[in-house]
Design a protein around this ligand. Sequence first.
Ligand code: GLU
Length: 547
Amino acid sequence: MMTDKELADLIFPNITKTVEDYEKMYPERNLPEGAIVTRYAPSPTGYIHIGALYQSFVSQAFARQTNGIFFLRVEDTDTKRTIDNGIHHIINGLKEYNVTFDEGQIDDDNYKGDYGPYVQSERKEIYQTFVKHLLERGLAYPCFCSPEELDAIRAKQEKLKARIGYYGPWATCRNLSNDQRAERIKNGDPFIIRLKSPGNFNNKKTLVDAIKGKLSFPENDMDLVICKSDGLPTYHFAHLVDDHLMRTTHVIRGDEWVASLPIHVQLFEVFGFNPPTYCHIAPIAKMEDGKVRKISKRKDPEAATSYYHELGVPLEAVKLYLGTLANSGFEPWYTSNPAVKAEEYVFEFSKMSKSPAIFDLDKLNFICKEYMAKISAKEVYEGIAGYFKEFDNDFYEIFTKDPEYSTAFLNIEREQKKPRKDLAYYSDAKKEMWYMFDELFTNSWEDKEYKVDVEMLKDYVANYYDSTKTQQEWFDDMAEFGKKYNYATTKEYKANPDAFAGSIGNICEMLRYVVTTKHQSPSLYDILKLLGKERILNRVENFASNI
Ligand code: GLU
């Protein structure tokens, strides 16, 4: 009769290393006490979901704040989902947000780390060594069931109202003898390899998840697939092998994997390995018709990080927002330390939300405005220039022609107690400041009801306006000028409106409307100063001839 060892050799004749060999090759990491080793493990689809950025941002924070390791592992065993250049997009897309890796592929051409290969399709031999280890001990077996046979089992289970799955008495290939198995293999029958689960469904298991707390579940008794017909492992088995050999201390991943915990816990037990600490992150969700649902790649454009890039959302603001979603302590911390970067926050698993974080674009917009108001005009300038260089070169050329001029505009009312909050996204710059550029200025005064005393404005600009005056002097001059046309100070005017043509404020409003086409703008004094006397006069004259 064929032994388990002989069957294992028949299935994997070329596998000569052992599990112990690999454990020696990838020894325990020599890191400071409490260091967290964690990973981001995407399939190379090239698409970065906001939830993936959220997870990798948080994982990186935990690793960095403990002087640990954050590595990238490419999970490409599902070849259908893999796209060319997928990893390039992921690495570069995350790098924009300062999410970078200590090990694995760190940029387009460079790899780092002693625990690789970090790409699953290059680890076939390692997985097969682990599968062979189980086969040799009779803890796994080849299964020859065709899809039709599996369907038939399922149909019977449904009829009998039994639990669905391949387990216990239903696991028909469990009962084949090694000789029968060998014969079918030699015959060329296709097969996969299943774990021979030692579990009993009536036993309860418990585990403490660092985020979710204590979880209990029935022991796994399903003979799950560990190796597919192409010789590659399933996600569950690769997770065991990779996270064991890469010496991951914390598996930080989406909570859709909680349901697989019985399997994962059992795999670690079967091998006698210490399991990592599991940290299951609740997804980013959306409210729709009063219900919470996961933010979806298919339905929600804002699910893709590229959405934020294309909108010109400051990357730092996205991270600040993700920080507020991730940890309840983040927002109070940030509000009282506004000069710091999101990365400086010390995250705690116990403060991570157990339930879905509701994503709210209005809140993001609010955070963006706060952020834009806080950074320097120069930083805003650079953000805007970077955005338009990529998305609108015409505006980029105009905006960057005189950097000092554009920066000065962005600096208006910036250093005040209550700075301006008109920009949320870099892309807003064009609609907020086009009128400052003669190339873009259009005669788009739309308020047909609004009365402007053009002759008065001409007189003011030509004969009274002086761009070298301080704001107070400018205002005093304006008040003096107003008298000539019977315009009083606001106070005087309010006290006796019938006695005057209007208030000084009204003159300013007219001027603002004529030079910006708007009723609202940043400080008129600063705008006039930037435009300079000649351009203001041109605009007033242009207004006169177009209205
Ligand atoms: N490749 C898996 C996924 O994209 C990774 C899950 C994990 O982090 O273990 O969902």
